[in-house]
Design a binder for this molecule. Structure first.
Ligand code: KIV
Length: 272
């Protein structure tokens, strides 16, 4: 989005992009090579996601990913980015309280992340506030929260049940008030994502949350057709291209910006 100015993008810039009506494009990358390729293709946010537990390590989920691995991949991806916003996940158990969250977020910022993402709603308000007050830009993550899969039933749509939808509805504005600069909504009904997009000042970045979001994020390996069990809401952008990975990513950027990806759908089935 900022490619015209070449100015590095920060989390605080995303509200302005939302207001301008331009869709925000995000993808995961875990190393310098792919991070650079994404940036060249015009991706706004390079997410060093803890999805690397699945995409790189072949695990069933994200619970085995630790801080040292996140720091390693974040440092590598940072080498490949200049303009794009490098967002890094705080992995499982790296933010059990505000003090540990701050220590670990600082480690990610020290190797080049410009913001951190953490999963959780009302139970995380104090942590979000603590980080933001100390200068750490925070993106929240609601809906399907892979780090809570053992507790919350994991890989399914979240927010279809009224009590779940209400929990998300309550948490989102509180996270915004606590200082979160963006909200990732994973695997929630399209209508709920659209509703939150309308009430929040900060951008809603959807994954399996339908087309009515301020931006979209996908896992790189899913959209390149490399994952053994990609979620039904993803699309293989590599299939049928002649220009390989660069063309696939450029197509994704174009389709998201044009509002053509994702299409409205009945109900998504999550990854796995
Ligand atoms: O870890 C990750 O890649 C993520 C995305 C699924 C949003 O959090």
């Amino acid at each position: 989005m900022n490619s015209d100015t070449d100015k590095p993008l920060h989390l605080g810039d995303l509200e302005g992009i939302k207001r301008s009506g331009v869709r925000i494009v995000a993808l995961t990358a875990y190393d310098a090579c792919f991070a650079a390729l994404l940036e060249e293709a015009g991706v706004d946010i390079v997410l060093v996601g803890d999805s690397l537990g699945m995409t790189l390590h072949g695990a069933q989920g994200t619970l085995g990913v630790g801080m040292d691995e996140m720091v390693y991949h974040c440092r590598s991806a940072a080498t490949g980015t200049r303009r794009a916003l490098l967002l890094a996940d705080l992995p499982f158990m790296s933010y059990p309280d505000a003090t540990r969250a701050l220590e670990n977020a600082a480690r990610l910022l020290a190797v080049g992340a410009r913001a951190v993402k953490l999963e959780g709603g009302e139970e995380c308000l104090e942590i979000v506030r603590h980080l933001v007050l100390r200068g750490i830009p925070v993106c929240s993550h609601l809906g399907l929260q892979p780090q809570s899969m053992l507790q919350r039933g994991g890989l399914r749509m979240h927010g279809a049940r009224p009590e779940e939808a209400d929990r998300i509805r309550r948490a989102a504005p509180l996270l915004e008030e606590a200082g979160a600069g963006a909200l990732v909504l994973e695997c929630v009904p399209d209508a709920l994502a659209a509703e939150l997009r309308a009430v929040l000042r900060i951008p809603v970045i959807g994954i399996g949350a339908g087309p009515d979001c301020d931006g979209q994020v996908l896992v790189l390996h899913d959209m390149l057709g490399l994952s053994p069990n990609p979620p039904s809401f993803s699309r293989d952008f590599l299939r049928g291209t002649r220009g390989g990975v660069r063309e696939a990513v450029a197509n994704y950027v174009r389709e998201v910006r044009a509002g053509r990806f994702p299409e409205a759908r009945p109900q998504p089935t999550p990854r796995g």
